[in-house]
Ligand binder design. Sequence first.
Ligand code: NAD
Length: 248
Amino acid sequence: MSFENKVAVVTGGAHGIGKAVADALRADGATVHIIDIKPSGGGWFEGDVSNKETLEKFASEIVAKSGHVDILVNNALPLMKGIDSCSYEEFQYALAVGVTAPFYLTKLLAPHFNEGASVINIASSRDRMSQPQTESYTAAKGGIAALTHALAISLAGRARVNSISPGWIDTSDVGDADGIVSCSTFTGPDASQQPVGRVGNPRDIAEMVLFLCSEKAGFITGENICIDGGMTKLMIYHGEHGWTYEEK
Ligand code: NAD
């Protein structure tokens, strides 16, 4: 796919899935603007997406440098804490990173969207299922999934808006070095509990971002695509798949 002359924006693009997405877009010709909280050394706009003024400065810089936006990927990772330990402020922070920032950055950049623009929100399979003690993250992911269809309707004719819900993606191999390493170190039950027989890698998500942003996906908006190796589709009963129920 060619993204020559396209301008893309990726939040949390310094590591993991965001880095794989940014690298893939750049490799296909796009100019990519990244914001990340990690120290940048000049490689990206350094800042916390939970901060309103930071988002305003970032958006102004993008418009000053590139003039327009074709692709926005809201990816920065929200805090995961559970009901026993998560404070009011921490819960608010998770929602600020995971829901308010995607909303506000989209609002700031929408007036500068080119024809055919695309917004991709990175949700999680946790938007539909939970482990104990994950409320701040899970609520943020439910929020961004619903924000996606709301924005798709409000921005109809100006941008297509879709979300991706990754399952278990091993980001440990995707450091700050060059290139995308796609082999996961997870084997045995970690891999075989997934219907496809392996843990995911960031490239699995980047490929879907490229497709959703392309003209090939021109009839898709307001949609959520779960990329989890089939894990959310596996029904487990006691005694199956090596799983044994233990009384608490
Ligand atoms: P990661 O930790 O590898 O990368 C996240 C990036 O976001 C980091 O570079 C980090 O510095 C940046 N970031 C965090 N808080 C920020 C903030 N407040 N402002 C700016 N940047 C910030 O994580 P990842 O696994 O690549 O996660 C990327 C997205 O994918 C997240 O939204 C995450 O919830 C989602 N996701 C990941 C998985 C998985 O298994 N890895 C599964 C489902 C969903």
